[in-house]
Structure formats: C-alpha cells, structure tokens
Write a protein that binds this ligand. Structure first.
Ligand code: ATP
Ligand code: MG
Length: 368
C-alpha cells in the first residue's frame, strides 16, 4: 500500500441520502472498497483512493482545509459553506467540479397552508426558520428584504407549529414532508443536486494525475448512463421515463436486473422450447412436450409467488423486467397454460395489458 500522502482521500456522507449513490458511483469507476472496523473509512483495494465517511455538513470544510482532496456533497451544503466563509472574509478553498445527477432537491420557502403569501415581499419583517442561514440571508439581501432568520438545526417544519416562525426555508424533493405537515411550497431559492468538489490546494503531480483519472472516470460513468439510453434508440424526451423502467442503482436496480435475468435465462429459452414442442410440431415428441410444459408451469409458479407479494416483477413499479416477460405470457395458449391457475400472474397480466404502450406494441401484426 502506498504511503497515505500518495493516496487520494474523498469525503463522502457516512449515513444519509447521498451515501449509497456516492459509493455506488465510485464503485462504477472500478473502485473496490472495504470498510474499516471503526466505519470511519472505506479503503480502496485496487486503487490508492480512500473514502472518509463523515457528516455531509463537514465535507466542504474537509476539502477546503485539504484534509480531503475531493468530496461528494449536495450543492446546498457547498453553497451554504461558501457563503459562511465569505461572511467571515475567507475564501472557500474548494472548487466545484461537476454535478453528479443524484440527490436532486430544492431549497424552498414554505408556509402553513393557511397563509397570506403573495410574493417574496410578503416576507418583509416576518420570521423564517431554516438550517440554511447563509443561503437565506443571501436571498433576502439580494431582494432587499428585511426578515428575521431563526436557526433550526433539524425538523424545521415544526417551527410554525411551535410559534417560532411564520415561514420556513428548507429542502424539498417530493414535497410529501411539507404536505404531511400541512404546509405548501411558495418559492425556490436554490435547485440542488450532489456535486463533486476538489481542493484548491496544490497536489503533487502523482496525486493530481490520480484525481484527474478518477474525475474522468466519473464523467465517463455519467456519460455511459446517457449512452445506455441512446443505445435503446430512445428520444431524449423519453429519458426520464426510461430511467424509471431501469433504475440505475440501489435495491430497485438489483431487483429489476434479477427479474430481467430470470426472464432471459428462464422464461425466454424455456417457454421458447415449450412453443417448439407444443405448437404445431413437425414431429410429435412426448418427452420434449412434457419436459418443457412442466418447466413452463414451474416458471409460472415462481412468477405467481412473486406477484402474490408485489405489484410488478421488480417490486412496486413497472420495469423493463415486466416489459421483457409480458410478451411471453401473452402467448399462454401456445404453451398451454391456463392463467386462471395463476391468479396473481393473471392480475399482473391484465394490468399490464391495459397500458396504452403495451396495447400499441401488441397490436403490431403477429407473423407466425
Ligand atoms: P448528516 O447526518 O450527514 O448531516 P443530513 O441529515 O444533513 O445528514 P440528509 O437528510 O441525508 O442529510 O441529506 C443529505 C443531502 O441530500 C441534502 O443535503 C441534500 O443535498 C440531499 N437531498 C435530496 N433530497 C432531499 C430532501 N428531500 N430532504 C433533504 N435533503 C435532500
Ligand atoms: Mg447534514
């Protein structure tokens, strides 16, 4: 192992919303990681790169102070830190390299549903609770507004209920937390996503070369995501929809691939053989008929059991695993299966059949 001076340190969130994606992206760059016993580090086994696992708030500081060479963190945290340093008359010693297309959220103004907000001027002389004091003050200053900033380190959404604030300024992604607290989003201060930042400190030539290589690979990972879509000949306007069909990471990704592989290794080849022996065979082969008809029924049993528990093969969402499996099931008379014997498969089949795109696809003339 190289001396620690020659190893690159990347600060990533220890536990939270960015953790899984950050590690996943680095692993896609080819980095193999092992966690240290104290869970403070992940050591790169095959590259001189280690991860320092910390609270996300500490990441810009660690990179600025050159404790870490790179960091992966939300733009909201980066900007808050930059403004904090600026307020102290200090320069942020990190630069933002590029956005990583995960951790999307926005820093928004919100208020209880019954509020008299018209536009940002409604904030004048009001109290606004936030964890992002510098970003909020910067926004107020840019809009020449006077308002009182009330600092809350977490659970900002309870501030109005406690009578501590009239408005809040907090991170929102789906809006469900606001909704659950009887609040509505009024204005967006900042659109955020995870970004990679680099220290401004001068690195040795070897380290700089390694940093450039890892950044290049990260950029490659982002581009491959794009090219996967292009390989599917999809119009760009359909990318978001396609991404939902083939989730890029996490458990949904694993489950989708698992069931797609199950289709490719089981359903396709085995039901294909069943069709060969059962549907207008050139020669009657009882052994082949029984073998593949039995195997087909076994696959239906597996599918039925899975669909007893979840709506679609990969889980609660429609995915490419359903798209790949559906046309085989649609030929159930050919492989002599009665869908009534598999009620959950039937329920799934009927639901998928109703999708307009499926209807359109299945209406393409059947040639044999
Ligand atoms: P830590 O213990 O590391 O300080 P945290 O509680 O501050 O964790 P998380 O809630 O894990 O942070 O969020 C990390 C980042 O995820 C946020 O700074 C933001 O960039 C991004 N994010 C995406 N969606 C949301 C959301 N709905 N709420 C909060 N953060 C979000
Ligand atoms: Mg934090």
């Amino acid at each position: 192992m190289e001396s620690s001076e020659q190893r690159i340190k990347i600060a990533v969130q220890k536990t939270g919303r960015l953790t899984e994606h950050s590690q996943d992206m680095l692993e896609r760059c080819g980095l193999k990681l092992t966690k240290s016993k104290d869970r403070l580090f992940c050591y790169g086994e095959n590259m001189p790169i280690d991860l320092l696992l910390v609270r996300d708030d500490d990441i810009p500081g660690l990179v600025s102070e050159d404790v870490c060479d790179l960091g992966i963190v939300g733009l909201n945290v980066v900007e808050e830190k930059r403004l904090e340093l600026e307020a102290e008359g200090r320069e942020a010693m990190f630069s933002q390299v590029f956005a990583l297309d995960f951790g999307h959220c926005r820093l928004s103004l919100a208020a209880p549903n019954e509020n008299d907000y018209v536009d940002i001027n409604s904030l004048e002389n009001k109290r606004i609770a936030t964890s992002y004091v510098h970003l909020l003050n910067d926004f107020l200053k840019k809009n020449s507004l006077q308002a009182e900033t009330v600092y809350f380190s977490g659970a900002v959404e309870i501030a109005p209920k406690l009578g501590k604030a009239d408005y809040i300024c907090d991170l929102v992604s789906t809006g469900s937390t606001l909704e659950a607290n009887g609040m509505q989003e009024l204005d967006v201060l900042l659109d955020s996503e995870a970004v990679i930042i680099q220290t401004k400190a001068k690195l040795s030539d070897d380290k700089q070369a390694l940093v450039s290589r890892i950044l290049q690979r990260l950029d490659g990972v982002l581009q491959v995501r794009e090219s996967k879509y292009i390989m599917l000949h999809a119009p760009r306007s359909a990318l978001a929809e396609i991404r939902d069909l083939l989730p890029g990471s996490g458990l949904a990704h694993v489950r989708t691939l698992e069931w797609l592989m199950w289709q490719m290794g089981g359903v396709g080849p085995m039901i294909g053989q069943a069709h060969h022996f059962l549907f207008k065979p050139k020669v009657d082969v009882p052994y082949g008929k029984k073998r593949y008809h039995d195997e087909t029924n076994r696959l239906y049993k597996v599918m039925n059991k899975r669909l007893d528990d979840v709506a679609y093969l990969a889980g609660e969402n429609y995915s490419i695993a359903d798209i790949a499996t559906y046309p085989w099931v649609a030929r159930f008379p050919r492989h002599q299966v009665d869908l009534n014997d598999y009620p959950s498969v039937k329920r799934w089949f009927d639901t998928v059949s109703e999708r307009p795109a499926v209807e359109k696809g299945m209406a393409v003339p059947f040639l044999n």
